[in-house]
Design a binder for this molecule. Structure first.
Ligand code: GH3
Ligand code: MG
Ligand code: MG
Ligand code: MG
Length: 307
């Protein structure tokens, strides 16, 4: 954290009233602690200054030559989302002050009604509060991501799969572009577990997910559909393209032995392919159609693509 006892807290005061600037810097000099004060007299100048220099906290007047009210908070946050902001208002107006907090400011100060001690505490708290807010936001994002991910392979889990596929589906409908679904199932995977144990089985699944992922284009999505089954949505791919893609992945898998101290594991997989058409009217239909094709590939002898 910046602004600790070892380094001065870097403040940017956005204020165009020279008397207020003087009052503020006098009050700051009466605070025990080490502060480094910089002043800009417009929001625009402040935004340019922030692009160039390090800053721990912004204290901003409400009314500036180029902005009025709370819009400055939004403009600063848009470009510097991790920067704590304290609004300075001459108005004894709780409503505006609370609006400032709602908009994302960490605190507000009433000009002429703040002691150096309160100023120091406000600065310290605002920096801490922003840090905690950023950390919480980061954790929430991490949890959201984890909730959508298959813990073993790192691809989407089945729960997240449908919502992701719905998005692709809507886009394909809107743009009138082809969309295909490929489901693959590792052949005789039970034997891998039986022969080498579940830990190795898990590693094989991770490797399969990785191999498929490296063959996908950037807009495509992959999910772990079941134990040793994966479902892939290929955007902008008709059934021919999808079947060719599946066969390429099938070949890669079949030609990529997995070396372990106990020996070599050579797996294959069976693939079912379907595309968005008159008969597949929903994502679920599409997945069902790919599932049926997969069953055919299994019945026909495995290590093959069916559609
Ligand atoms: P088939 O060719 O018909 O698909 O044969 P298979 O052996 O692959 O199919 P089966 O459904 O009989 O067995 C699937 C195996 O996958 C059984 C199960 O223990 C294993 N499996 C499922 N999830 C996991 C997992 O997360 N890790 C490991 N190691 N094994 C798993
Ligand atoms: Mg002003
Ligand atoms: Mg299976
Ligand atoms: Mg299987």
């Amino acid at each position: 954290m910046r602004g600790t006892s070892s380094s001065p807290t870097k403040l940017l005061l956005i204020e165009n009233d020279e008397t207020d600037v003087l009052l503020f810097s006098r009050m700051l000099s009466e605070c025990s602690g080490s502060f480094q004060l910089n002043v800009c007299d417009t929001l625009d100048a402040a935004l340019r200054w922030l692009e160039e220099f390090e800053c721990d906290i912004v204290l901003s007047d409400m009314s500036l030559p180029d902005t009025f009210g709370l819009e400055g908070i939004t403009k600063i946050q848009e470009r510097f989302p991790h920067l704590p902001i304290v609004m300075m208002t001459g108005l004894d107006d709780d409503e505006v002050a609370l609006d400032a907090l709602d908009l994302g400011a960490q605190d507000y100060l009433l000009k002429g009604d703040t002691t150096p001690r309160e100023l120091k505490r406000t600065i310290r708290y605002a920096i801490q509060r922003k840090l905690i807010q950023c950390e919480n936001a980061r954790l929430v994002e991490k949890l959201k991501l984890a909730a959508r991910m298959d813990a073993l392979t790192g691809v989407l889990n089945r729960h997240a799969m449908l919502s992701e596929f719905e998005k692709h589906w809507a886009q394909a409908c809107e743009n009138q572009t082809p969309l295909s679904c490929v489901i693959l199932d590792v052949d005789f995977f039970k034997r891998v577990n039986d022969e080498f144990g579940h830990v190795i089985g898990d590693k094989v699944l991770q490797r399969v997910a990785k191999l498929i992922s490296t063959q996908m284009r950037c807009g495509d999505s992959i999910a772990r559909y079941g134990g040793e089954e994966f479902c892939v949505i290929l955007v902008d791919a008709d059934e021919d393209v999808a079947a060719q893609w599946a066969d390429r992945v099938r070949q890669r898998l079949a030609e990529s032995p997995f070396q372990i101290p106990e020996g070599t594991i050579q797996i294959t997989a069976s693939f079912g392919v379907a595309h968005r058409c008159g008969e597949t009217k929903t994502v679920e239909h599409l997945i069902d159609a790919a599932d049926h094709a997969l069953l055919e590939a299994k019945h026909d002898g495995r290590n093959r693509v069916a559609r």
